[in-house]
Design a protein around this ligand. Structure first.
Ligand SMILES: C[S@@+](CC[C@H](N)C(=O)[O-])C[C@H]1O[C@@H](n2cnc3c(N)ncnc32)[C@H](O)[C@@H]1O
Length: 347
């Protein structure tokens, strides 16, 4: 028969072993954490605080993915290996949004894939502001003057589709068509459309701004109430000085605004305004008559809204006014106090 003392000694031994295992696993965990942080800090764009936050996001993402796979009855990859691989990618400067696979954009989560431009917080901010302006300029839904048809919006240079989805989500009475000439962007925007469950309100299609403007219109060929865009607008000279996380991972054709309008090739010099000039030139082919719009309840809404780069507001206002469609413009600031959008009305 085993004595009570023997049971107590065995229990004490087990407890000591367990405590030893737990503290050694804590030690390993702490050691691998500090090794991941050191690897992340090889990226000169990160501070210690950034590295610590990003390691937490990476770990969370890996765990979420494992849980989803397990819920589907699939065996996930080894978590430590996945974390190590993502940390190494980040250490080489790859943007965290590509590594995590998504980013927040206002109330939405948008999928991100290389080399499609990652949606920026200032873009979300300024287009949320546009949405509020549209909603506040139409009569309330209880009024007999309320809109009787959805507002058709054209989002030129849609990329991930982020602006199309945001405008559609915030303005339920709208239908948006997003256009891009990058097959990678179109594929990603279509995935986002499915994921967000917005295919009945947003259409994504391939189109080139410098080709026949009729090919940019919604599928039924009708002109639209509002044209928006966040086009490539960085002057070539400034592009040279962008951080490597932008220059080496995001597509140059999503960023550089100095291109030859005939062949789409990058030009050496300029102010990054080619896309605004082209959009302004084709506005009469894209925008429905103001009278037509007012008849269906969309009186007083902006007809154009373009994101702009630093120092471009005066030029873009002049370009828009030269279209003879836009009579009045305003410049709106982003959350950082920088001129970020030129908004245009017929009069
Ligand atoms: C600055 S990104 C904007 C993406 C997205 N709208 C956003 O705000 O994140 C510009 C986009 O314009 C697209 N683009 C470049 N040249 C184009 C062209 N000629 N016609 C249509 N889209 C073009 C690029 O593929 C890229 O997706």
């Amino acid at each position: 028969m085993i004595s009570l003392h023997a049971v107590a000694r065995k229990a004490a031994r087990q407890l000591s072993q367990t405590t030893h295992q737990a503290s050694s696993s804590r030690f390993n965990h702490t050691a691998s954490r500090s090794s991941h942080i050191s690897t992340l800090l090889l990226n000169p764009e990160l501070t210690e605080e950034d590295a610590s936050n990003e390691l937490r996001w990476i770990t969370q993402e890996v765990r979420d993915t494992s849980s989803k796979l397990m819920a589907k009855g699939k065996l996930p990859p080894v978590e430590d290996d996945r974390i190590q691989e993502m940390v190494e990618r980040r250490s080489t400067g790859e943007p965290i949004q590509y590594i995590l696979g998504s980013t927040d954009f206002g109330p939405l989560t948008i999928k991100c894939r290389r080399p499609v431009l990652i949606p920026r917080p200032e873009t979300a901010y300024i287009f949320e502001k546009l949405s509020s302006a549209i909603l506040s300029s139409i009569p309330p839904l209880t009024s007999s003057k309320r809109p009787t048809k959805p507002l058709d919006i054209l989002d030129l240079c849609t990329g991930t589709g982020c602006i199309s989805f945001l405008l559609s989500r915030l303005n339920p009475l709208s239908k948006v068509t997003g256009i891009d000439n990058s097959p990678a962007a179109i594929q990603l925007a279509m995935m986002n459309n499915q994921e967000l469950g917005m295919t009945d309100k947003v259409t994504v299609k391939f189109g080139n701004l410098f080709k026949d403007p009729a090919t940019l219109l919604p599928l039924d060929g009708s002109k639209v109430g509002l044209v928006v865009s966040n086009p490539p607008y960085i002057p070539y000279d400034q592009y040279q000085n962008l951080p490597s996380s932008v220059k080496h991972f995001e597509s140059p054709s999503a960023l550089i605004g100095d291109i030859d309008k005939q062949d789409g090739q990058v030009k050496g010099k300029g102010k990054g305004l080619e896309f605004y000039e082209r959009i302004s030139e084709i506005l009469p082919d894209l925008l429905a008559d103001q009278g037509q719009l007012e008849q269906v309840g969309w009186k007083g809404i902006p007809r154009t809204a373009f994101e702009i780069g630093i120092g471009q507001s005066e030029d873009v206002m002049d370009i828009l006014k030269s279209s003879n469609v836009i009579g009045r413009t305003e410049v709106w600031k982003d959350q950082f106090g920088i001129d970020r959008m030129v908004v245009g009305w017929n009069h």
